[in-house]
Ligand binder design. Structure first.
Ligand SMILES: N[C@@H](CCC(=O)N[C@@H](CS)C(=O)NCC(=O)O)C(=O)O
Length: 216
């Protein structure tokens, strides 16, 4: 498999983590979003949505949208499972994942922040406040669930789909210097995840396209 990725993309980071948790062999093809490679013909021919991630399967088919890719990975490669077996628990975890993917990430996406600054002419401090506001609103709805994991993870003894979605959003919150002191359980879960190979390998500071100055 070939994953079209960008080191800093939180949506691509999700898929990198899941590929690692499932120990699936793959190659990474960087798409430089700052240089606009996502809008070049070569990439658009693979993914007309012009966004990363995209996953090219061994059959040559290309899948778009991180949530759809993650559902495919879960069904095509069920071990280890990243959702609980119990239908109610599974649906609850899906709801938290969608909360991150649909109600936090799109509001704080780089193209939205750029539009606020460049088109609507907001000051940088206003854009930063926007970013922090949606992180605080979003993480407030998750903190209590994460507290219930105590020193563990969303699955029985290991991370599941919730961590796949949440940890990249935590990385991005740190990147934008959001104060996360109101979310001690999310911060602690992030620290536990970073000790695991799948998360450490997928981290934006360790990608082939990570610029030298941002490397670990
Ligand atoms: N809902 C999409 C979001 C993908 C997305 O927004 N990707 C960003 C990077 S995190 C991107 O490719 N941005 C390029 C652009 O906006 O031109 C997903 O989950 O895959």
């Amino acid at each position: 498999m070939e994953l079209y990725s960008y080191f800093r993309s939180t949506a691509a980071y999700r898929v990198r983590i899941a590929l690692g948790l499932k120990e699936l062999e793959h190659e990474l093809t960087p798409v430089n979003l700052v240089m606009g490679q996502q809008r070049e013909q070569g990439f658009l021919a693979e993914n007309p949505q012009g966004l990363v991630p995209a996953l090219k399967l061994d059959s040559g088919e290309v899948l778009a949208q991180s949530s759809a890719i993650l559902e495919w990975l879960e069904e095509a490669h069920p071990n280890p499972p990243l959702y609980p077996q119990d239908l109610l628990a599974k649906t609850r975890m899906r709801a938290l994942c969608q909360h991150i993917a649909c109600d936090i990430h799109p509001l704080n996406n780089l193209r939205v922040l750029r539009y606020l600054g460049e088109t609507l002419d907001l000051e940088q401090s206003q854009v930063d406040n926007w970013y922090a506001h949606w992180i605080h609103r979003g993480f407030s709805a998750i903190e209590e669930t994460v507290a219930s994991f105590k020193a563990g993870f969303s699955m029985d003894g290991y991370p599941g789909m919730l961590e796949v979605f949440l940890i990249p959003q935590v990385y991005n919150a740190y990147r934008f210097k959001v104060d996360l002191s109101a979310f001690p359980h999310i911060v602690a879960l992030d620290q536990r995840c970073q000790t695991l190979a799948a998360f450490a390998t997928a981290h934006p500071i360790r990608q082939t396209d990570t610029p030298q100055e941002e490397r670990a």
